[in-house]
Design a protein around this ligand. Sequence first.
Ligand code: FES
Length: 155
Amino acid sequence: MKLKFTRRTFIKRAIYALLSLEVVYIFYSLLGKKKDGDVVDGWFDAGNINFFENNKVYPFGSAHFYLSRLEDGGMLAISIHCTHLGCAVQFNQNKDRFVCPCHASAFNKHGEVLSPPATRALDIFPISIRDNKVLVNINNPIRRDKYEASQLTYV
Ligand code: FES
């Protein structure tokens, strides 16, 4: 059997082959590229440090924490789980506090109890700053009774 290629057929096939390689390259490039929200070895990439303004709270519901950046730039990654019975607390911007929808416990921006029935502060997660990225270790919640300044992470 004899295969016969015309010049036109050859060029067409060469173009298809190059396009296929390009698609495969783009696909693998996207797979290997890290972005905000990625989790590597338990460390959640919350994004660039410059994004987080002082005295604000940022929700990361999919990773079950709030990033609380305090007045002096210190940061806490605060668990969304209420220490009473585990409901997801919500940050109330107007009242400047976390409020639990289940039994009305409230916590300040440090995660300290403002009103019961919860009796201890919200758990926190370790934070690490690498290449200006805020990384939160979502696999290792830290149980605490109260807030202490040593729990803050600074750039
Ligand atoms: S679960 Fe939050 S107050 Fe009860």
